[in-house]
Ligand binder design. Sequence first.
Ligand code: OOB
Length: 553
Amino acid sequence: MLAEIESGITRWPVELEKEYLAAGYWENRSLGEQIFAVADNFPQRIALVDPDHGINLTFAQLTQRADATAARLLQLGFQPGDRAIIALPNTASFIVLLLGMLRAGILPVLALPSHRHFELKTLASSSGARAYISADVVRGFDHRELGEKLSQEVPNLEMVIIDGDPNPGQLNLKELLAAPHPNEVEPLRQRFDALDPPADQPALFLLSGGTTGVPKLIVRTHNDYVYNAKASLKINQFTHQDVFLAVMPISHNFPLACPGVLGALLSGAKTVITASPNPQKVFPIIKKYGVTHTALVPAVAQSWIDYQQQEHTGDLTSLKTLQVGGSRMPDSLAIKVNSLLGAQLQQVFGMAEGLINMTRLDDSEVVINTTQGRPISPADEVRVVNEHFEDVAPGEEGEILTRGPYTPRGYFANPEANEKSFHDGWYASGDVIHRRPDGNIVVHGRNKDIINRGGEKISAEEIESFIYYIDGVSRAAVVAMSHPVLHEDVCLVVELSGRTTLTVSETTEHLDAFGVARFKHPAKIIVVDHIPMTKIDKIDKKALRDFVAAQVD
Ligand code: OOB
């Protein structure tokens, strides 16, 4: 059934697959089946709360809706193995849909509502998705129109499914997600229990925060992704009495599966899902629902701490663990978490490509506040290497390589990217780290040409390629500049000929015309006579970053 995509997938070596199974890291049970088995133990417990839309679903209601959704999707003509892009904001609908797709064996491609025409067109083509699923209007942007355009341009994208008010010819997500008639519940359950997809097959596609112009797809199998969530759960001592708050976009691996929403579902715990991380909105939600765990990027953690420091109004007593990751948390911020938010900090250094590192809850303060933790699985392998892929001496700085039971061996159908990022099965994330004698990792920087804007990764090359279309730009370089809240933002340095200025509003207009997501647009432009070059005539990004830092600070 999955023959069409099988050729794009790099599997683990067969011997290793056997080892992971024998050791119990892989359980040979699908994600949907495992969540349903847990739900059977807690049918009347609340699984999902969406305070933005007044939705409360018990585990029984959630699983029943998921099966009904699965049936309606198949009725529309989807087949197991088909792909569909989800670009929904954080809502209960997203989770019901995700579970429904897992039950039907339809593979979600997890995009963001901030993605625009450029990203989505590329994704729709590379994934072969048959549908684009989004909300009608998000932050003033009309996704129905975008969906129409995409479906006209990409032949495989036949359906546009809208949460809200669809345009003519588009489908209404709410109708797909509605509860089944009571008579249908049992037959649907039996039907989809029987259709359970093999656990060594793909469950979903994540996007890589990668360095090249084309968003790369990461295939996560049921076996590896269940383990991702369960290994994270084990370290977090998360139980069915805990409450997880999903506040960062759940298309990201971190709030989805580390342990995140999937971990909460697999524990029989409650998930509260909301779209805005604004502390004024979120703090009352934490209090009302007794949230115990959440996952944030440092920029959001900082906004919570600042707010609490200024307003002293948040009752966060229920909060036990605050996970922070996605970009390097400054040590100076880490030390404030416990005293100001009253929660134990857990630093998380992870990647959609697999490897997750976490500080442990009982680690010393020094470890928790100054390191990014250690791998969550005993089967994770980590090397620290120099530019020739030779191991550096213990404790020395180098680039991290990793492989393991939840780190796939290649991107989907992208031999060029695999050549660059995978070496003999080892994934090279491009992060520069050192490992302390106790095994904890400290992230120092990176050898990859990206900007990490508050946790969202932006490829410099991608933005540069669009800037070159602007008349009068003779050379362009995109680099990170420091930002007080996001820690990094996008700075464009240009050499011009035939024009003397280039403004941010001009580049915004230009990038909008290409349909490039707004979060990737330059926030500052510096015009120079000469962009520094290396001896081999490449742009010297390091010198440029130093130059920009001197200009901006
Ligand atoms: C998470 O995943 P991605 O795929 O969006 O980004 C991965 C990259 C890493 O290679 C690294 O460059 C950076 O994000 N990163 C960190 C970090 N956590 C991620 N850099 C420094 N310190 C950290 N704590 O960002 C992600 C996935 C799962 C869990 C957590 C984060």
